[in-house]
Design a protein around this ligand. Structure first.
Ligand code: B16
Ligand code: MG
Length: 220
């Protein structure tokens, strides 16, 4: 019955979440705002300009910058982030991911990237994983997570019914988005963080992700 598996990218396919954190921390530090890893949880899965808004509110600077200045700050973060991405190689793919993608390909279950990141194509290319995906959702102009739209668009692209889809996420916002989309939500990370957002099951790492386990957990 399983028709598609929708993968978040940052924090599920590879550890780009740490590069986002480093790049935001650097930009925020430059304008006098401290961010720690707890606060960073609230940025995961959140689109670029929205993330910046959250950081400015966190530092009580939400009134300080014009729209053009904010775009400059976001650009500064992205430039730093993209330069960190130059370090990515196929070895940076999280354990178990390539094997799962191979299994899905064999069983003709569509794998889709449902990421908020505009850098997703660049990252998949660096990891040499492009050929395993049926499609990559373009997040431009789509309401961001925790809204369900990125996941719904991914299911539509794969011709899949949401109730026969599994979404995999490392962020609170992403888990919420998957559940609102009416899909089975698999969390990767800490269940104390992801269960309250509605995760149906949480695995501490991607190593545990096998097709057999997913099918059994989701009763599909
Ligand atoms: P970009 P995901 C999200 O990716 C990240 O978790 C989030 O930290 C980032 O701000 C967002 O993508 C936008 O990324 O600046 O590259 O367009 O977790 O949805 O794969
Ligand atoms: Mg993520």
């Amino acid at each position: 019955k399983l028709q598609a598996v929708l993968f978040d990218l940052d924090g599920v396919i590879t550890d780009t979440a740490k590069y986002h954190f480093t790049a935001w921390k650097q930009m925020a530090g430059r304008i006098g705002i401290e961010i720690d890893s707890d606060f960073n949880e609230s940025l995961k899965g959140i689109e670029r300009m929205q993330s910046l808004e959250r950081i400015l509110i966190h530092g009580q600077q939400e009134q300080k910058y014009s729209q053009a200045e904010k775009e400059g700050l976001a650009q500064e973060k992205n430039d730093e982030y993209v330069s960190l991405l130059a370090n990515l190689t196929p070895e940076d793919t999280y354990p178990g991911i390539k094997e799962l993608l191979q299994e899905l390909q064999e069983k003709k279950v569509a794998a889709v990237i449902a990421s908020a990141s505009k850098n997703a194509p660049l990252i998949l290319e660096a990891l040499q994983l492009n050929t395993y995906f049926h499609s990559i959702v373009d997040p431009s102009g789509v309401p961001g997570k925790p809204k369900p739209d990125i996941f719904l668009k991914g299911a539509e692209q794969a011709g899949a019914k949401p109730s026969f889809c599994i979404g995999i996420e490392d962020s609170q916002a992403g888990i919420e988005a998957i559940k609102t989309a009416g899909m089975y939500a698999v969390g990767i990370g800490d269940d104390r963080i992801l269960k309250p957002s509605g995760a149906d099951i949480v695995y501490p790492s991607t190593e545990e992700l096998t097709l057999q386990r997913l099918l059994a957990a989701a009763h599909m």
